[in-house]
Design a protein around this ligand. Sequence first.
Ligand SMILES: C[S@@+](CC[C@H](N)C(=O)[O-])C[C@H]1O[C@@H](n2cnc3c(N)ncnc32)[C@H](O)[C@@H]1O
Ligand SMILES: Nc1nc2[nH]cc(C(=O)O)c2c(=O)[nH]1
Ligand code: SF4
Ligand SMILES: [Mg+2]
Length: 222
Amino acid sequence: MANYKVVEIFSSINGEGTRAGQLAVFIRMQGCNLNCAYCDTKWANEADARFRWTSTEEIVELLRTMEIKNVTITGGEPLLQENVLELLETLAQEKTLRVEIETNGSVDLTPFTEIPNGPSFTMDYKLPGSGMEAQMRTKNFALLGADDTVKFVVKDYTDLCRARDVIREYDLTEKCHVYLSPVYGQIELEDIVNFMKDNRMNDVNMQLQMHKIIWDSEMRGV
Ligand SMILES: C[S@@+](CC[C@H](N)C(=O)[O-])C[C@H]1O[C@@H](n2cnc3c(N)ncnc32)[C@H](O)[C@@H]1O
Ligand SMILES: Nc1nc2[nH]cc(C(=O)O)c2c(=O)[nH]1
Ligand code: SF4
Ligand SMILES: [Mg+2]
């Protein structure tokens, strides 16, 4: 069976997404193909980041003992782990779990969206402020459904305008959940609200990362 490069596993409340505020187990995988200017987990992306090879069975066993329904697989970029499809297929058979993937928008979601009882996806669309927009795979939008989310992490006015235009161009609010989230500490929060009002951004959710409010913003494992 397969092993994965896991840099941390912890339980907390989910600080982001449609299940924000609910207990969740986080499985953070090592490594990423992007290098977003604002990334808050750069430490996990380094090639020499300390990871533990963790098997599918170990993960299933741990989740059973933790008795927490929500599982968020994140990173780094979790969908780049070799054999991660096996992990997702195995977790799909654990009927009590609700699995969510945080993914960076550059990875083809096709094989992962075909899993019966598979996970839900929170896919970032990386905006100009990240420096990574050229890597975005907009074909993924067609694969997303009502349980999935497209998330825009915004740094400034240019990012807000681009997010608005992408939401409109692909009619995202008709397909899935849509979130706007500030790059932590880099944009006035009320500017986001005013932009949403000015642009009549109905069906879009603004969201703050709750864990960075509850704990120190640099804290790991929360
Ligand atoms: C660390 S990433 C890992 C998953 C995947 N690589 C991705 O980018 O979606 C998890 C989420 O945190 C967000 N994020 C990273 N750094 C952030 C920051 N400084 N402020 C707000 N959100 C941030 C990302 O945009 C993404 O939505
Ligand atoms: N509490 C908490 N909630 C989260 N939701 C998404 C996270 C992530 O890093 O992907 C995260 C995280 O790191 N901590
Ligand atoms: S894609 Fe995600 S993990 Fe990778 S650099 Fe960007 S925010 Fe960080
Ligand atoms: Mg995080």
